[in-house]
Every structure is written in C-alpha cells, then in structure tokens.
Design a protein. Structure first.
Length: 366
C-alpha cells in the first residue's frame, strides 16, 4: 500500500513537471490550455463538456492573441461565448470580463468528439476564415458564428437536425453545403451573408426568414417544403428566379419583398394562399402564372411590381385584397394604378369584381 502511494505521488509530481515544461495551465476540472507563441497556436485539451468557467475566464483575459485554436479530442462541446470577441463599446452582463483575446483567430480545428457549439461561441471573430464542423455535430446554438465576417466554405453535416437562429448571420459564406439530414433552419441563420447559390436537401421541411438580405442569386428548395415563411427571402436583391416546389401551399408575408432583380416565379400547382406584401416592390417581376387551387391573394401581394402588366386569375380565387395587383407607389399618399393594367379571368368571380371595383380593364375568359 505504501509503495502504491509513493508511485501515485511520483506520478502527480511528474505531471506537474510536464505541465511547467510545456507551458500548460491545468484546471482541476480536467480542462487545460497551452500556448505556442512562436506558431501563434492555442491548444485546448481535456475531456467532456467545455464548462470550466475558471479556465475559460483565464484564457479570455490572456494577453496572447492566437492565430489558430486547436481543440483536443475528448472535448464534447464548445461553451457559450467561449471565444466570443465583443467590441469595446458593447455591454455584456456575463461572467467574463474584458479584454477578450480572439480578434486575430483565423482558423479553428474541432475534433470529431464535438457534439455541440454554444450560444455566441465564436461571435465577432472577424478574422476567422476557416473552421471544420465535425460529422457528429448535433447542435449549433444561436449566434454561434454571428459576425464572423470572412468565414467561408462551410459544410453543415447530416448529423445536425436544426440550424439555430442567427447562427451564421453577417458571415461571408460564399459557399455553404447543407447535407441531407438537416431538417429545419432558424430565423436569420444566413441573413446578410454573401452566399450566391443555395441548395436545401429534401430532408429540410421548414425554414424561417433564414436567407433574408443575403446575396443569394439562385436557390433550390427542398421538395418537402409546404410553406414559404414570412420574410424568407426579403431583401434578396440578386435573386433573379425562384421555382417553388410542388408541395408549397402558402407564401408568407413579405417572403419575396424588395427582391429588385426577381423576374420570374414558378408557382406550385397546389398553392392556395399568397399573403400580404409577399412580392411587394419586386419592380422587375414581369410574368406570373397562377394555378386553379389558389384561393387568396392578400393585400398588396404584388404591390409596386411595375413591370407586371397583366395577370390571369383562376376561378378558384375567392379573395383579392386591397391594392393586391395593379398598383404602384406614387408621390402622393394614395397608390397609383399601373398604366394599361389588364386582368384576365372569369365572369362572376373575384377577378371580375376586383377589376370593376378598381377600374381595371377586364378580359373575360368564359
């Protein structure tokens, strides 16, 4: 027994010596970090969840500005705000004090053991350009990469079922690959990103205003989407064409509003409702074709679509809201009518009633 104790004490002393020689800082809760100033790398090692606030607080107060962070295998999560880099004038009521030291980080290497990335974990790491998302990753929390302005080329692994709100807002992200397995995308997840082309796998059944105010030019939607959510592509000025999947039954409020270059929309044959201001201010939208199942065209749905000169309204339409079609903005308080606007439809239907009430030319189809 005495021999065993001596061996144990010797082992502990040996660890301490290794710690001193390697420049590591050990935590009593099995989380540690090591700095290599010559290479600009910070190594973080340990086991289990990254929740050791004492050690996190210590490295966040460090004067060292790492270029690269390498997380060791065995760590299963990145803590909330672990590497966040707030601006000097921002006020945050967290347990972490300024100054924060991750403004120079350009690359982060994550091990396959990482399952979750916490809220605001890398927020405002403005020089972060490269990070790998492990294949077993299950959670990306809200604002995890918010404001990483030059972060590019991300692959969202199939193991991740949900992309949280604002997860990549204000990132560069020219290229994003979303693997089959992701089921939903939160509000603002890719807002104000530079991504040009997006393809949503058929595993995605829901997304919110996830891409609004982004630079997206082309998007392929999942065939299992049934609703285009409110504000989904609001302010996507470079979007030229959109093909809606066959299962879409409703287009939400302001879904495609202020899409200045949008010229063509291919509507679903199952579409029933176009909500208020869905295509508001799409000044280059020229041609639309609606199918027989549509019932509601809500107020200002196509307001200020100046190049839209005619529309054929199916028999199935029960309601056309105020200023829904044929109206533009004017210098006066009240909207003005689009010159020579023509409504085609069937006698005794909502199309004829709207045309007569608003003084538009009506062409009867039967």
């Amino acid at each position: 027994m005495l021999k065993f104790k001596r061996l144990l004490i010797g082992f502990i002393v040996l660890l301490s010596i290794i710690n001193i020689l390697s420049g590591c800082n050990f935590s009593p809760n099995s989380l540690s970090y090591r700095i290599e100033k010559k290479t600009g790398i910070m190594y973080i090692s340990g086991f289990g969840e990254m929740k050791d606030e004492k050690v996190i607080n210590k490295w966040k107060k460090s004067s060292f500005l790492p270029d690269k962070i390498v997380i060791g295998s065995g760590i299963t999560s990145i803590a909330d705000r672990a590497f966040a880099n707030y601006e000097e004038d921002e006020v945050h009521t967290t347990q972490y004090d300024k100054p924060l030291c991750f403004g120079e980080v350009k690359e982060v290497v994550l091990p396959d053991t990482i399952k979750s990335i916490g809220t605001e974990a890398f927020e405002n790491c403005k020089k972060l350009k490269k990070i790998n998302l492990p294949k077993g990753l299950e959670t990306i929390s809200p604002r995890a990469f918010y404001g990483c302005k030059i972060l590019d080329d991300i692959i969202i692994p199939a193991s991740l079922s949900h992309i949280s709100n604002e997860a990549f807002e204000h990132c560069k992200l020219n290229n994003v690959k979303i693997e089959k397995g992701v089921k939903s995308i939160g509000s603002g997840a890719f807002t104000c990103c530079e991504l040009k082309n997006v393809k949503l796998p058929d595993s995605v059944t829901e997304f919110k205003n996830s891409f609004c105010f982004s630079d997206v030019e082309e998007i392929v939607l999942s065939n299992n989407i049934t609703e285009i959510s409110e504000g989904a592509f609001d302010g996507c000025n470079d979007l030229i064409r959109i093909d809606l999947p066959d299962n879409v039954i409703s287009i939400g409020t302001e879904s495609f509003s202020s899409c200045e270059k949008l010229k063509e929309v291919s509507f679903s044959k199952k579409l029933e409702t176009i909500e208020e201001e869905a295509f508001y201010d799409d000044v280059n939208l020229e041609n639309i074709k609606l199918f027989e199942r549509i019932k509601f065209i809500k107020a200002r749905a196509f307001y200020n679509c100046k190049k839209l000169k005619t529309i054929t309204v199916p028999k199935s339409v029960k309601e056309i809201g105020s200023y829904a079609i044929g109206y533009e903005e004017s210098k006066k308080i009240t909207p003005k009518k689009t010159k020579d606007f023509i409504i085609k439809g069937y006698k005794g239907t909502a199309a004829e009633k709207y045309a007569k009430k608003n003084g538009f030319k009506f062409v009867a189809l039967g």
